[in-house]
Design a protein around this ligand. Structure first.
Ligand code: NAD
Length: 363
């Protein structure tokens, strides 16, 4: 199969669909890869690196789309990219169609076969192609929080781990899923005093087994949440209710009553956020202050570490890319358990029930 990798064009998107190492694997499976010039600059991969891995470099996205049978990307195709899709194209990337009627209409009109990373599941119903980005965001949340706690950034001037003779800062993580577990790992690593709240006892059980006495686990209800948040120096919001907006667990009143100079990092901001005072921010201007509490609410946190994020994403996507190229989409979707839910648009048909219902397509 001829696999094409265009350069990402969404604002401040530095990741790339395939790394040179992934290209080498695809080529070793007997396929041809074309890469748009400079597609990898954001992760430090040059055109020469791609050529050494066996790819051919093309000067424009138009030529990549014109030549390729399968397009591998990171972000949803932008309007100009969607115009280049053909009925014989196979598109494999993040799509996030539910809130995006324009993109959905264009993908339907294109006649292409479109598979979204974010709806591929594994045998346990988890989301293996979304998990790497949650891992990155979880780990980054503690770096962001620790930086915001510094005096010059509006924080209380507190070092997360303290020093001998000075107690560590208190980190509270709300939601102990993928983001939460990775935030906990980093916070414990830095020597913080860490508490996690979750409303699923099985999640608390697993975290307790994993981190032992270095982590306090608390069942999440209103009273417990209020007590922990008001005592915290750093609160990480990492809840997810599948298919729904994030619940506003921390209220305006809680924020007002928190310690001056404390920090909240709302990782769940991409689902609307779990702090009532949250609004989405950017990497250029990541924080703002409400009632002396520093808020970090960047909606695309993995973009800050594009190189790590690209490699983590490729580790997860490559087996699927190889299966699609080796067997074709029909056999790959049929043979790999949990791959079929990844199919979002098939030759003019929306194939995800929630998207079809939300946006008025027959399903
Ligand atoms: P996950 O499903 O693995 O974990 C979510 C956890 O929240 C679960 O353990 C669940 O039991 C818990 N939860 C739900 N309601 C709760 C409540 N009321 N109180 C306490 N816990 C509750 O999800 P995840 O992969 O860890 O993702 C978490 C959030 O981070 C999602 O909204 C995701 O979209 C977001 N995210 C954001 C970025 C970013 O760049 N900002 C990047 C990756 C993920």
């Amino acid at each position: 199969m001829l696999v094409g990798v265009p350069k990402e064009i969404k604002n401040h998107e530095y990741r790339v669909g395939l790394t040179p190492d992934s290209v080498r694997e695809v080529v070793a499976h007997g396929h041809e890869v074309v890469v748009e010039t400079n597609a990898g600059v954001g992760i430090g991969a040059s055109d020469a690196d791609y050529e050494a891995a066996g790819a051919s470099i093309l000067p424009t996205a138009a030529e990549v789309f014109a030549k390729a049978e399968m397009i591998v990307k990171v972000k949803e195709p932008q309007a100009v990219e969607r115009k280049m899709l053909r009925p014989d194209h196979l598109l494999f990337t993040y799509l996030h169609l539910a809130p995006d009627p324009e993109q959905t209409a264009d993908l339907v009109a294109s006649g292409a076969v479109c598979i979204a990373y974010e709806t591929v599941t594994d045998q346990k119903g988890r989301l293996p192609l979304l998990a790497p980005m949650s891992q990155v965001a979880g780990r980054l949340s503690i770096q962001a929080g620790a930086t915001a706690l510094q005096k010059a950034n509006g924080g209380a001037g507190v070092l997360l781990g303290g020093v001998p003779g000075v107690a560590p800062a208190k980190t509270v993580v709300i939601g102990g899923g993928v983001v939460g577990a990775h935030a906990i790992e980093m916070a414990i690593g830095l020597g913080s005093d860490v508490t996690v709240l979750d409303r699923n006892v099985d999640v608390l059980d697993a975290l307790s087994a994993r981190f032992g006495s270095r982590l306090k686990t608390v069942f999440s209800n209103r009273a417990a949440l209020e007590k922990e948040v008001l005592a915290a120096d750093l609160v990480v919001g990492a809840v997810l209710v599948a298919g729904a907006a994030a619940p506003k667990l921390v209220t305006k009143e809680h924020i007002k009553a928190m310690k001056p100079g404390s920090v909240v990092v709302d990782v769940a901001i991409d689902q609307g956020g779990c702090f009532e005072t949250s609004r989405a921010t950017t990497h250029q201007d990541p924080t703002y202050i409400v009632d002396e509490v520093v808020h970090y609410c960047v909606a695309n946190m993995p973009g800050a570490v594009a190189r790590t994020s690209t490699y983590a994403l490729n580790n997860a996507t490559l087996p699927y890319v190889l299966a699609l190229a080796d067997k074709g989409y029909a056999a790959a979707l049929r043979d790999i358990p949990g791959f079929l839910p990844g199919l979002n648009v098939y030759k003019g048909q929306v194939t995800v029930a929630e998207v079809a219902e939300n946006l008025g397509y027959t399903y």
